[in-house]
Design a protein around this ligand. Structure first.
Ligand code: ADP
Ligand code: NI
Length: 226
C-alpha cells in the first residue's frame, strides 16, 4: 500500500469508529486536527505519514468515555495499523503519539511524561490538537462541553481557580467561562512549533476579544473598556 492509501484506509476506519462520538470529539474534530497537522508539517522536518496517522488516531478511544481506560485507544490503533500492514516502526511511533498527545500529558504531569517520550511528530499533533481547543472553534467546543455537563455560562461569584489539582479539575463544575482562564488561555504558551505558535497567537487574541465582548454584553452598565 502507498502512504496515501494507508491514510485513506485510516480515514475510513476513524470515521466508522467515531460515528456515535460526542460533538467535541467527532470526526470533524479529527479532520480539523489532521488539517492543522498537515499545515504545521509544511514548515517542519517530520515524517508526514506518522504525523497524519497520529492526528487521525489521537482520539480513537478517548479515555473519558471509556471508564478512564487509557490503554484502549493505543491498542485499537495498533491492531488496526497492523491489520493493514503498516511497517512496525511506524506503528510504534503512532502508538506513542496517541499515548502522549492528550491534554493530560500536556498539562500538570506533562514534565514527567515528556521525559518518557517526545518527537517532532508528537509535537506537531499536540499543537494541532491544542489549536482546535482555542479560537472560534475552541469557544464553540467549550460551550458545547459546558452544555453537555449542564454548566452555567458564567457566574461572577465563582472566580477561576488556577491552582486545581488534576482530581479537582476533573470533578469541577465551574461555569464555562472559567475554563478559558483555567486552560484555554494557557495553551498559547504550550505550543511546540513556530507555526503552531503563530496560529495560536491569532486564536488567542480572538478569545480575548470574545471575553471582552462577553463581559460588556453581560452588563453594559458596569463594563469598563480595557
Ligand atoms: P482533547 O481534544 O485533547 O481530548 P479534552 O477532551 O480535554 O481535549 O477537551 C475536549 C474539548 O472540551 C476541548 O475543546 C476543551 O476545551 C473542552 N472542555 C474540556 N473540559 C472543559 C470544561 N471543564 N469546560 C468547558 N470546556 C471543556
Ligand atoms: Ni483531540
Amino acid at each position: 500500500m502507498t502512504n496515501s492509501e494507508i491514510i485513506e484506509e485510516t480515514i475510513v476506519f476513524v470515521k466508522e469508529t467515531l460515528l456515535n462520538a460526542e460533538g467535541g470529539h467527532d470526526w470533524f474534530h479529527i479532520q480539523r486536527v489532521f488539517n492543522n497537522s498537515i499545515l504545521i508539517s509544511k514548515e517542519e522536518d517530520v515524517n508526514v505519514l506518522v504525523v497524519s496517522l497520529g492526528a487521525l488516531l489521537h482520539d480513537i478511544a478517548d479515555a473519558k468515555f471509556n471508564d478512564g481506560d487509557e490503554s484502549l485507544g493505543p491498542k485499537m490503533a495498533e491492531n488496526f495499523l497492523f491489520s493493514i500492514n503498516v511497517p512496525i516502526e511506524t506503528i510504534n511511533h503512532v502508538v506513542k503519539i496517541i499515548k502522549f498527545s492528550s491534554f493530560k500529558a500536556g498539562l500538570s504531569d506533562g514534565k514527567i511524561k515528556k521525559k518518557l517520550f517526545t518527537s517532532k511528530e508528537l509535537q506537531v499533533v499536540q499543537d494541532a490538537d491544542r489549536l482546535d481547543a482555542i479560537g472560534a472553534i475552541g469557544i464553540a467546543r467549550a460551550f458545547n462541553y459546558g452544555g453537555f455537563k449542564n454548566r452555567m455560562l458564567y457566574d461572577p461569584s465563582t472566580p477561576p481557580n488556577l491552582d486545581m489539582t488534576k482530581e479537582e479539575y476533573k470533578t469541577s463544575t465551574a461555569p464555562t467561562i472559567n475554563h478559558f482562564y483555567e486552560k484555554l488561555l494557557l495553551l498559547k504558551g504550550k505550543m511546540n512549533t513556530e507555526t503552531g505558535k503563530r496560529l495560536a497567537e491569532e486564536r488567542h487574541q480572538y478569545m480575548l476579544d470574545y471575553l471582552e465582548q462577553f463581559y460588556y454584553e453581560w452588563n453594559p452598565l458596569s463594563f469598563k473598556k480595557h
